[in-house]
Design a protein around this ligand. Structure first.
Ligand SMILES: Cc1ncc(COP(=O)(O)O)c(C=O)c1O
Length: 443
Protein backbone atom coordinates (compact mmCIF):
# COMPACT_ATOMS: atom_id res chain seq x y z
CA UNK A 1 0.00 0.00 0.00
CA UNK A 2 1.27 3.44 -0.74
CA UNK A 3 1.83 5.81 2.14
CA UNK A 4 -0.65 8.58 2.85
CA UNK A 5 -2.32 10.29 5.71
CA UNK A 6 -2.79 13.92 6.46
CA UNK A 7 0.06 16.11 7.65
CA UNK A 8 -2.07 17.69 10.29
CA UNK A 9 -5.32 16.85 11.90
CA UNK A 10 -8.46 18.78 11.06
CA UNK A 11 -8.55 19.87 14.69
CA UNK A 12 -6.48 22.96 14.01
CA UNK A 13 -5.08 22.50 17.50
CA UNK A 14 -1.45 21.99 16.67
CA UNK A 15 0.25 19.59 14.34
CA UNK A 16 -0.55 15.93 13.99
CA UNK A 17 3.10 15.18 14.81
CA UNK A 18 2.74 17.02 18.13
CA UNK A 19 -0.39 15.00 18.94
CA UNK A 20 1.40 11.74 18.14
CA UNK A 21 4.34 12.73 20.36
CA UNK A 22 1.92 13.60 23.14
CA UNK A 23 0.16 10.23 22.73
CA UNK A 24 3.55 8.50 23.07
CA UNK A 25 4.35 10.50 26.20
CA UNK A 26 1.01 9.77 27.87
CA UNK A 27 0.32 6.22 26.80
CA UNK A 28 3.77 4.84 25.90
CA UNK A 29 4.80 3.07 22.70
CA UNK A 30 3.94 1.18 20.65
CA UNK A 31 0.52 2.86 20.39
CA UNK A 32 -2.20 3.03 17.76
CA UNK A 33 -3.46 6.59 17.37
CA UNK A 34 -6.58 7.19 15.26
CA UNK A 35 -7.77 10.57 14.05
CA UNK A 36 -11.53 10.83 14.54
CA UNK A 37 -11.62 13.70 12.02
CA UNK A 38 -10.10 11.36 9.42
CA UNK A 39 -12.71 8.66 10.27
CA UNK A 40 -15.44 11.25 9.80
CA UNK A 41 -14.01 12.39 6.47
CA UNK A 42 -13.82 8.81 5.16
CA UNK A 43 -17.37 7.99 6.31
CA UNK A 44 -18.66 11.18 4.65
CA UNK A 45 -16.88 10.34 1.40
CA UNK A 46 -18.39 6.84 1.44
CA UNK A 47 -21.86 8.21 2.15
CA UNK A 48 -21.57 10.72 -0.68
CA UNK A 49 -20.65 7.91 -3.09
CA UNK A 50 -23.26 5.43 -1.78
CA UNK A 51 -26.00 7.60 -0.25
CA UNK A 52 -29.15 6.32 1.47
CA UNK A 53 -30.97 4.04 0.82
CA UNK A 54 -27.68 2.16 0.30
CA UNK A 55 -26.88 0.14 3.39
CA UNK A 56 -23.35 0.87 4.55
CA UNK A 57 -21.62 -1.51 6.96
CA UNK A 58 -18.06 -1.36 8.28
CA UNK A 59 -16.15 -4.60 7.86
CA UNK A 60 -14.70 -5.30 11.30
CA UNK A 61 -11.93 -7.46 9.93
CA UNK A 62 -10.16 -4.20 9.07
CA UNK A 63 -10.35 -2.93 12.64
CA UNK A 64 -12.23 -4.65 15.45
CA UNK A 65 -11.40 -2.25 18.29
CA UNK A 66 -14.83 -1.45 19.78
CA UNK A 67 -13.88 2.20 20.41
CA UNK A 68 -13.28 2.62 16.66
CA UNK A 69 -16.34 0.59 15.62
CA UNK A 70 -18.47 2.71 17.97
CA UNK A 71 -17.33 5.93 16.29
CA UNK A 72 -18.21 4.50 12.89
CA UNK A 73 -21.56 3.35 14.27
CA UNK A 74 -22.25 6.92 15.36
CA UNK A 75 -21.47 7.97 11.78
CA UNK A 76 -24.28 5.73 10.52
CA UNK A 77 -22.38 2.57 9.66
CA UNK A 78 -23.59 -0.92 10.46
CA UNK A 79 -21.17 -3.77 11.12
CA UNK A 80 -20.07 -6.59 8.85
CA UNK A 81 -18.65 -9.45 10.93
CA UNK A 82 -17.17 -12.88 10.22
CA UNK A 83 -17.57 -14.63 13.56
CA UNK A 84 -19.37 -14.53 16.88
CA UNK A 85 -16.18 -12.91 18.22
CA UNK A 86 -16.42 -9.96 15.83
CA UNK A 87 -20.16 -9.84 16.45
CA UNK A 88 -19.43 -9.46 20.18
CA UNK A 89 -17.06 -6.59 19.38
CA UNK A 90 -19.83 -4.92 17.33
CA UNK A 91 -22.22 -5.35 20.27
CA UNK A 92 -19.67 -3.84 22.66
CA UNK A 93 -19.49 -0.92 20.23
CA UNK A 94 -23.25 -0.49 20.57
CA UNK A 95 -24.20 -1.62 17.05
CA UNK A 96 -27.70 -3.16 17.22
CA UNK A 97 -28.04 -6.68 15.81
CA UNK A 98 -30.32 -5.59 12.99
CA UNK A 99 -27.43 -3.50 11.64
CA UNK A 100 -25.01 -6.45 11.74
CA UNK A 101 -24.33 -8.77 8.80
CA UNK A 102 -22.52 -12.08 9.32
CA UNK A 103 -20.44 -13.45 6.44
CA UNK A 104 -17.11 -15.20 6.02
CA UNK A 105 -15.65 -18.53 4.98
CA UNK A 106 -14.81 -19.57 8.54
CA UNK A 107 -18.18 -19.56 10.26
CA UNK A 108 -18.37 -22.39 12.77
CA UNK A 109 -21.44 -24.35 13.83
CA UNK A 110 -21.48 -22.26 16.96
CA UNK A 111 -21.41 -19.02 14.92
CA UNK A 112 -24.40 -20.27 12.91
CA UNK A 113 -26.18 -21.37 16.09
CA UNK A 114 -25.69 -17.91 17.57
CA UNK A 115 -27.27 -16.31 14.48
CA UNK A 116 -30.25 -18.69 14.65
CA UNK A 117 -30.64 -18.17 18.39
CA UNK A 118 -30.65 -14.39 17.98
CA UNK A 119 -33.36 -14.69 15.33
CA UNK A 120 -35.39 -17.04 17.54
CA UNK A 121 -35.15 -14.49 20.34
CA UNK A 122 -36.56 -11.81 18.04
CA UNK A 123 -33.36 -9.86 17.43
CA UNK A 124 -32.32 -11.13 13.99
CA UNK A 125 -29.15 -10.07 12.27
CA UNK A 126 -29.56 -7.92 9.18
CA UNK A 127 -28.59 -11.10 7.30
CA UNK A 128 -26.21 -14.04 7.17
CA UNK A 129 -24.25 -14.52 3.92
CA UNK A 130 -23.52 -18.19 3.29
CA UNK A 131 -20.48 -19.54 1.44
CA UNK A 132 -21.60 -22.95 0.25
CA UNK A 133 -24.53 -25.32 -0.17
CA UNK A 134 -23.29 -27.31 2.82
CA UNK A 135 -23.27 -24.22 5.03
CA UNK A 136 -26.75 -23.31 3.82
CA UNK A 137 -27.98 -26.82 4.63
CA UNK A 138 -26.45 -26.65 8.11
CA UNK A 139 -28.04 -23.25 8.74
CA UNK A 140 -31.41 -24.47 7.46
CA UNK A 141 -31.25 -27.49 9.78
CA UNK A 142 -30.48 -25.27 12.78
CA UNK A 143 -33.23 -22.85 11.79
CA UNK A 144 -35.69 -25.72 11.41
CA UNK A 145 -34.83 -27.10 14.84
CA UNK A 146 -35.17 -23.66 16.42
CA UNK A 147 -38.61 -23.47 14.82
CA UNK A 148 -37.85 -20.15 13.24
CA UNK A 149 -40.70 -18.80 11.26
CA UNK A 150 -42.73 -17.67 14.23
CA UNK A 151 -40.87 -14.38 14.20
CA UNK A 152 -39.67 -12.16 11.39
CA UNK A 153 -36.33 -11.64 9.69
CA UNK A 154 -34.93 -8.15 9.62
CA UNK A 155 -36.06 -7.89 5.98
CA UNK A 156 -38.34 -10.91 5.66
CA UNK A 157 -41.61 -10.28 3.92
CA UNK A 158 -44.92 -11.38 5.39
CA UNK A 159 -46.56 -14.70 4.55
CA UNK A 160 -44.46 -17.49 6.01
CA UNK A 161 -42.75 -14.94 8.28
CA UNK A 162 -39.20 -16.22 7.94
CA UNK A 163 -36.99 -15.33 10.84
CA UNK A 164 -33.52 -15.35 9.32
CA UNK A 165 -32.57 -13.56 6.12
CA UNK A 166 -29.80 -15.06 4.04
CA UNK A 167 -27.60 -13.90 1.19
CA UNK A 168 -25.77 -16.38 -1.04
CA UNK A 169 -22.13 -15.53 -1.71
CA UNK A 170 -21.15 -15.55 -5.34
CA UNK A 171 -17.58 -16.17 -6.42
CA UNK A 172 -17.61 -13.67 -9.29
CA UNK A 173 -14.67 -15.33 -11.08
CA UNK A 174 -12.99 -12.11 -12.18
CA UNK A 175 -9.38 -10.88 -12.31
CA UNK A 176 -9.17 -8.31 -9.47
CA UNK A 177 -6.60 -5.57 -9.98
CA UNK A 178 -4.82 -6.16 -6.70
CA UNK A 179 -2.04 -8.30 -5.28
CA UNK A 180 -2.62 -12.05 -5.36
CA UNK A 181 -3.13 -12.37 -1.61
CA UNK A 182 -6.06 -9.92 -1.71
CA UNK A 183 -7.71 -11.10 -4.95
CA UNK A 184 -10.48 -13.15 -3.38
CA UNK A 185 -12.85 -12.75 -6.34
CA UNK A 186 -10.77 -15.02 -8.57
CA UNK A 187 -12.41 -18.26 -9.62
CA UNK A 188 -9.65 -20.28 -7.94
CA UNK A 189 -10.13 -18.63 -4.55
CA UNK A 190 -11.76 -20.47 -1.67
CA UNK A 191 -14.57 -17.92 -1.36
CA UNK A 192 -18.16 -18.16 -2.52
CA UNK A 193 -20.15 -20.31 -4.93
CA UNK A 194 -20.06 -20.51 -8.70
CA UNK A 195 -23.18 -19.35 -10.52
CA UNK A 196 -24.24 -22.96 -10.98
CA UNK A 197 -23.63 -23.90 -7.34
CA UNK A 198 -25.44 -20.80 -6.14
CA UNK A 199 -28.46 -21.42 -8.36
CA UNK A 200 -28.68 -25.03 -7.13
CA UNK A 201 -28.27 -23.93 -3.50
CA UNK A 202 -31.12 -21.45 -3.88
CA UNK A 203 -33.34 -24.11 -5.46
CA UNK A 204 -32.72 -26.42 -2.47
CA UNK A 205 -34.38 -23.99 -0.04
CA UNK A 206 -38.14 -23.96 -0.57
CA UNK A 207 -39.93 -20.66 -0.29
CA UNK A 208 -41.62 -20.37 3.08
CA UNK A 209 -38.82 -22.27 4.86
CA UNK A 210 -37.38 -20.78 8.05
CA UNK A 211 -34.61 -19.22 5.98
CA UNK A 212 -35.59 -16.37 3.75
CA UNK A 213 -33.27 -16.18 0.75
CA UNK A 214 -32.84 -12.48 0.33
CA UNK A 215 -30.24 -12.08 -2.39
CA UNK A 216 -26.58 -12.18 -3.38
CA UNK A 217 -23.35 -11.16 -1.71
CA UNK A 218 -19.96 -10.82 -3.33
CA UNK A 219 -16.56 -9.32 -2.64
CA UNK A 220 -14.05 -8.81 -5.43
CA UNK A 221 -10.91 -8.19 -3.42
CA UNK A 222 -9.20 -5.65 -1.25
CA UNK A 223 -7.23 -2.56 -2.25
CA UNK A 224 -8.65 -2.67 -5.80
CA UNK A 225 -6.42 -0.66 -8.14
CA UNK A 226 -9.08 -0.27 -10.89
CA UNK A 227 -12.84 -0.62 -11.31
CA UNK A 228 -12.90 -3.12 -14.20
CA UNK A 229 -13.03 -6.41 -12.27
CA UNK A 230 -15.52 -4.86 -9.86
CA UNK A 231 -17.74 -3.80 -12.78
CA UNK A 232 -17.58 -7.33 -14.24
CA UNK A 233 -18.39 -8.87 -10.88
CA UNK A 234 -21.31 -6.55 -10.20
CA UNK A 235 -22.71 -7.19 -13.67
CA UNK A 236 -22.57 -10.95 -13.09
CA UNK A 237 -24.07 -10.68 -9.64
CA UNK A 238 -26.93 -8.48 -10.82
CA UNK A 239 -27.71 -10.81 -13.73
CA UNK A 240 -27.86 -13.80 -11.39
CA UNK A 241 -29.98 -11.89 -8.89
CA UNK A 242 -32.44 -11.05 -11.68
CA UNK A 243 -32.51 -14.63 -12.92
CA UNK A 244 -33.14 -16.24 -9.53
CA UNK A 245 -35.38 -13.39 -8.42
CA UNK A 246 -37.66 -13.95 -11.40
CA UNK A 247 -38.83 -17.17 -9.80
CA UNK A 248 -38.43 -16.34 -6.15
CA UNK A 249 -40.35 -13.87 -4.04
CA UNK A 250 -38.19 -11.35 -2.14
CA UNK A 251 -34.85 -12.34 -3.68
CA UNK A 252 -33.98 -8.72 -4.25
CA UNK A 253 -30.90 -7.66 -2.25
CA UNK A 254 -27.38 -7.17 -3.52
CA UNK A 255 -24.30 -6.63 -1.36
CA UNK A 256 -21.25 -5.61 -3.41
CA UNK A 257 -18.75 -6.14 -0.56
CA UNK A 258 -15.81 -3.84 0.11
CA UNK A 259 -12.43 -3.38 -1.51
CA UNK A 260 -12.16 0.41 -1.96
CA UNK A 261 -8.46 1.23 -1.91
CA UNK A 262 -6.39 3.84 -0.15
CA UNK A 263 -3.30 5.49 -1.60
CA UNK A 264 -1.84 8.76 -2.67
CA UNK A 265 -4.54 11.12 -3.97
CA UNK A 266 -5.26 10.46 -7.65
CA UNK A 267 -3.42 7.13 -7.76
CA UNK A 268 -6.33 4.84 -6.83
CA UNK A 269 -10.07 4.93 -7.68
CA UNK A 270 -12.29 6.60 -5.09
CA UNK A 271 -15.59 5.10 -3.85
CA UNK A 272 -17.33 7.66 -6.09
CA UNK A 273 -15.46 6.28 -9.09
CA UNK A 274 -16.80 2.77 -8.31
CA UNK A 275 -20.30 4.14 -7.74
CA UNK A 276 -20.25 5.83 -11.15
CA UNK A 277 -20.30 2.37 -12.75
CA UNK A 278 -23.64 1.45 -11.23
CA UNK A 279 -26.28 3.37 -13.18
CA UNK A 280 -25.24 1.72 -16.46
CA UNK A 281 -25.17 -1.71 -14.81
CA UNK A 282 -28.62 -1.25 -13.28
CA UNK A 283 -30.00 0.19 -16.52
CA UNK A 284 -28.97 -3.07 -18.17
CA UNK A 285 -31.67 -4.89 -16.16
CA UNK A 286 -35.44 -4.84 -16.69
CA UNK A 287 -36.91 -2.27 -14.29
CA UNK A 288 -38.77 -4.92 -12.25
CA UNK A 289 -35.61 -7.01 -11.80
CA UNK A 290 -33.42 -4.31 -10.26
CA UNK A 291 -32.46 -4.92 -6.63
CA UNK A 292 -34.71 -3.42 -4.00
CA UNK A 293 -31.81 -3.13 -1.59
CA UNK A 294 -28.11 -2.43 -2.18
CA UNK A 295 -25.27 -2.67 0.32
CA UNK A 296 -21.54 -1.98 0.63
CA UNK A 297 -19.25 -3.27 3.37
CA UNK A 298 -15.84 -1.61 3.15
CA UNK A 299 -13.17 -1.95 5.79
CA UNK A 300 -9.86 -0.45 4.77
CA UNK A 301 -11.23 2.71 3.14
CA UNK A 302 -12.93 3.83 6.36
CA UNK A 303 -10.04 3.35 8.76
CA UNK A 304 -6.65 2.88 7.08
CA UNK A 305 -5.57 6.48 6.71
CA UNK A 306 -6.97 7.54 10.05
CA UNK A 307 -4.55 5.33 11.98
CA UNK A 308 -0.93 5.80 12.97
CA UNK A 309 1.34 3.38 14.77
CA UNK A 310 3.74 5.27 17.01
CA UNK A 311 6.98 3.57 17.99
CA UNK A 312 10.27 4.31 19.69
CA UNK A 313 13.77 3.73 18.33
CA UNK A 314 15.59 1.03 20.31
CA UNK A 315 18.83 0.69 18.33
CA UNK A 316 20.58 2.43 15.45
CA UNK A 317 23.33 0.43 13.75
CA UNK A 318 25.65 2.54 11.58
CA UNK A 319 28.55 0.46 10.38
CA UNK A 320 31.12 1.29 7.72
CA UNK A 321 30.14 -0.10 4.33
CA UNK A 322 26.72 -1.26 5.52
CA UNK A 323 23.28 0.33 5.39
CA UNK A 324 21.95 2.11 8.44
CA UNK A 325 19.59 -0.14 10.39
CA UNK A 326 17.04 1.29 12.80
CA UNK A 327 15.31 -1.12 15.18
CA UNK A 328 11.98 0.00 16.64
CA UNK A 329 9.92 -1.17 19.57
CA UNK A 330 7.10 -1.98 17.13
CA UNK A 331 6.94 -4.34 14.19
CA UNK A 332 5.09 -7.30 12.75
CA UNK A 333 3.27 -8.02 15.99
CA UNK A 334 1.43 -4.69 15.68
CA UNK A 335 1.44 -4.32 11.86
CA UNK A 336 1.94 -7.61 10.06
CA UNK A 337 1.09 -6.43 6.53
CA UNK A 338 4.71 -5.80 5.41
CA UNK A 339 5.81 -9.24 6.63
CA UNK A 340 2.65 -10.97 5.40
CA UNK A 341 2.43 -9.64 1.86
CA UNK A 342 5.09 -7.03 1.34
CA UNK A 343 2.84 -4.01 2.02
CA UNK A 344 4.73 -0.74 2.30
CA UNK A 345 3.85 1.79 4.99
CA UNK A 346 5.51 5.16 5.15
CA UNK A 347 7.70 5.64 8.22
CA UNK A 348 8.44 9.19 9.38
CA UNK A 349 10.39 10.59 12.30
CA UNK A 350 8.50 12.44 15.04
CA UNK A 351 11.76 13.38 16.71
CA UNK A 352 15.38 13.45 15.51
CA UNK A 353 18.11 13.28 18.15
CA UNK A 354 15.43 14.28 20.64
CA UNK A 355 14.18 17.33 18.73
CA UNK A 356 10.64 17.48 17.31
CA UNK A 357 10.03 16.99 13.57
CA UNK A 358 6.94 17.68 11.48
CA UNK A 359 5.48 14.94 9.31
CA UNK A 360 5.97 15.25 5.53
CA UNK A 361 3.03 16.44 3.46
CA UNK A 362 0.78 13.66 2.17
CA UNK A 363 1.81 12.43 -1.24
CA UNK A 364 5.17 14.19 -0.94
CA UNK A 365 8.50 12.59 -0.11
CA UNK A 366 10.10 13.70 3.11
CA UNK A 367 12.42 16.63 2.41
CA UNK A 368 15.44 17.58 4.47
CA UNK A 369 19.16 17.92 3.94
CA UNK A 370 19.70 15.54 6.83
CA UNK A 371 17.63 12.66 5.42
CA UNK A 372 19.38 9.42 4.58
CA UNK A 373 18.16 5.91 3.83
CA UNK A 374 17.71 3.45 6.64
CA UNK A 375 16.28 -0.01 6.92
CA UNK A 376 13.59 0.05 9.58
CA UNK A 377 13.17 -3.21 11.45
CA UNK A 378 10.87 -4.34 14.22
CA UNK A 379 11.74 -5.87 17.59
CA UNK A 380 10.52 -9.41 16.99
CA UNK A 381 12.84 -12.40 16.70
CA UNK A 382 12.10 -12.92 12.97
CA UNK A 383 14.12 -11.48 10.11
CA UNK A 384 10.89 -10.84 8.16
CA UNK A 385 10.03 -8.27 10.81
CA UNK A 386 10.89 -5.19 8.76
CA UNK A 387 9.19 -2.08 7.37
CA UNK A 388 11.71 -1.88 4.51
CA UNK A 389 13.82 1.21 3.68
CA UNK A 390 12.87 4.83 4.30
CA UNK A 391 14.59 8.22 4.16
CA UNK A 392 14.96 9.31 7.76
CA UNK A 393 16.88 11.98 9.67
CA UNK A 394 19.56 11.14 12.23
CA UNK A 395 18.05 8.93 14.92
CA UNK A 396 19.15 7.59 18.26
CA UNK A 397 17.64 5.42 20.95
CA UNK A 398 14.52 7.09 22.35
CA UNK A 399 13.52 8.96 19.19
CA UNK A 400 9.91 8.56 18.09
CA UNK A 401 8.62 7.46 14.69
CA UNK A 402 5.14 7.23 13.17
CA UNK A 403 4.04 4.54 10.72
CA UNK A 404 1.29 5.71 8.36
CA UNK A 405 -1.94 4.07 7.21
CA UNK A 406 -1.98 1.78 10.22
CA UNK A 407 -5.71 2.01 10.88
CA UNK A 408 -6.66 -1.07 8.84
CA UNK A 409 -5.52 -4.67 9.21
CA UNK A 410 -3.14 -3.65 12.01
CA UNK A 411 -4.82 -3.86 15.43
CA UNK A 412 -7.21 -6.55 14.18
CA UNK A 413 -4.27 -8.66 12.94
CA UNK A 414 -2.02 -7.97 15.92
CA UNK A 415 -0.56 -10.80 17.98
CA UNK A 416 1.22 -11.35 21.24
CA UNK A 417 4.18 -13.32 19.83
CA UNK A 418 7.35 -12.86 21.90
CA UNK A 419 5.14 -12.08 24.88
CA UNK A 420 4.29 -8.65 23.57
CA UNK A 421 1.12 -7.03 24.93
CA UNK A 422 -1.31 -5.48 22.45
CA UNK A 423 -0.74 -1.70 22.14
CA UNK A 424 -3.22 0.81 23.49
CA UNK A 425 -5.70 2.43 21.12
CA UNK A 426 -5.76 6.21 21.42
CA UNK A 427 -8.36 8.41 19.74
CA UNK A 428 -7.31 11.86 18.58
CA UNK A 429 -10.52 13.87 18.80
CA UNK A 430 -11.30 16.64 16.31
CA UNK A 431 -10.70 19.21 19.08
CA UNK A 432 -7.22 17.82 19.67
CA UNK A 433 -7.96 15.85 22.86
CA UNK A 434 -6.40 12.41 23.21
CA UNK A 435 -8.77 9.77 24.59
CA UNK A 436 -7.76 6.24 25.55
CA UNK A 437 -10.02 3.87 23.60
CA UNK A 438 -8.45 0.62 24.80
CA UNK A 439 -5.75 -0.03 27.36
CA UNK A 440 -2.47 -1.78 26.57
CA UNK A 441 -2.80 -5.53 26.76
CA UNK A 442 -6.56 -5.69 26.23
CA UNK A 443 -7.78 -8.10 23.55
C1 LIG B 1 -16.50 -10.36 2.20
C2 LIG B 1 -15.66 -9.16 2.52
N1 LIG B 1 -16.26 -7.98 2.67
C3 LIG B 1 -15.56 -6.87 2.97
C4 LIG B 1 -14.18 -6.91 3.11
C5 LIG B 1 -13.46 -5.66 3.44
O1 LIG B 1 -12.54 -5.37 2.46
P1 LIG B 1 -11.78 -3.97 2.42
O2 LIG B 1 -11.14 -3.77 3.74
O3 LIG B 1 -10.81 -4.09 1.33
O4 LIG B 1 -12.81 -2.92 2.14
C6 LIG B 1 -13.51 -8.14 2.96
C7 LIG B 1 -12.06 -8.21 3.10
O5 LIG B 1 -11.43 -9.20 2.96
C8 LIG B 1 -14.27 -9.30 2.65
O6 LIG B 1 -13.69 -10.48 2.50
Amino acid sequence: MAGGGAPSDASGSGSLAASLREAARRFGTPAYVTSVAALEAAAAELRDAFPDPWLRAFSLKANDVPAIVARLGELGLGANVVSAGEWAAARRAGIPDDRVTLEGIGKTASDLRAAVRAAAEGRPLRWVAVESAAELEALAALAGRAELGAGRGAWGSGGGRPALDVLLRLNPDVAPETQAGLAVGRGSSKFGMTETELTAAAAAIPEGSPLHLLGIHLHVGSQLGAVDAWRDAVRRGLALLALIGAGREGFDTFDVGGGFPVGEPGTVPSPARFARELPALLDGLPADRRPARLAVEPGRFLVARAGWLVGTVLHVRERAGAERVVVLDTGMTELIRPALYGARHRVAALTSLGLPRELPLPGKPAIGADLAPARVDGPVCESTDTFDRHDLPPLRRGDLVAIADAGAYAASMSMTYNGRPRPPQVLLEPDGRLVLGRRRGRA
